[in-house]
Design a protein. Sequence first.
Length: 121
Amino acid sequence: MTNEFPQQIPPEMREFAGRSVAQARKAFEGFIGAVAKTASTVDAAAGSSPVGVKDAGSKAVAFAEKSVTSAFDLAEKLVNAKDIQEVLALQSAYLQQQMTAVQEQARELGEAVQKASGLNK
């Protein structure tokens, strides 16, 4: 028995999965654009909000966007994986990348929250 995906998954199904990922990415990009526009409008309306609060909110949205974008990147790579070893390697690399990103994002967000609350004086 071979571990190659092309024999197990028909090309039509791969194409469908690839199109689905691309469509979902496009929908997410439209959604995140609307979120950014709304956040911008709210920031403008609440002009007296401390800069640190706006910074923490902006960072949280940016981190969420980066995380979802990374997941879409992984999905596109998985659709084109040649065999199970490649799938496992892609998943392992993704998990390592995400763990590093989450640690960095938590640090940055913690700093932004401290700054916003005035604890970092």
